[in-house]
Design a protein around this ligand. Structure first.
Ligand code: RP5
Length: 167
């Protein structure tokens, strides 16, 4: 359902977080390396055919001159979630962010924060959940767990027992 692609194997420690989020939400995914600069023909092939293979959302991460998410968005009819990565060829990460974020009108890339591949995975799952009631429920449960973690920590900090959730 989701294709996770990255410009280099060096992006994997970050992009693995998207895979982990999708696994937690029980969303099927494939993951591979597609480089806009080093394997441009592979990128064309991937982007032009992903929707025919059953992929519904593409999560694309890249660093430095990060053209992969934008080029894939140009070629594919699928929604693309872009992950800017602070890589070895990044100046400070802004290069990756702006390369992915500042797309021209007509070709959107839903850009998450620097290195925020986990959020990209969650966002991809939320897109799929708009037409999948069971997945929507799993996302609601995930949000409840997030809330419970914060409430637990707040209670610990305050030295009391966890507050209930009724306000
Ligand atoms: C980008 O260049 C990749 O997405 C990666 O973030 C960065 C560095 O790639 P390597 O030189 O580590 O392969 O295209």
């Amino acid at each position: 359902m989701v294709a996770i692609i990255m410009g280099s194997e060096s992006d994997l420690p970050i992009m693995q977080k998207a895979a982990d989020a999708l696994s937690e939400l029980d969303v099927s995914f494939e993951m591979t390396i597609v480089s806009a600069h080093r394997t441009p023909e592979r990128m064309f092939q991937f982007a032009r055919t992903a929707h025919e293979r059953g992929v519904r959302v593409i999560v694309a991460g890249a660093g430095g001159a990060a053209h992969l998410p934008g080029m894939v968005a140009a070629l594919s009819p699928l929604p693309v979630v872009g992950v800017p990565i602070k890589s070895s060829n990044s100046i400070d990460g802004w290069d990756s962010i702006l390369s992915i974020l500042q797309m021209p009108e007509g070709v959107p890339v839903a850009t998450v924060a620097l290195n925020a591949a986990r959020n990209a995975g969650i966002l991809a799952a939320q897109m799929l959940a708009t037409s999948d009631a069971a997945l929507l429920e799993r996302i609601q449960a995930y949000k409840k767990r997030l809330e419970a973690h914060v409430l637990e920590k707040a209670a610990r900090l305050e030295g009391g027992s966890p507050p209930n959730n009724n306000g």
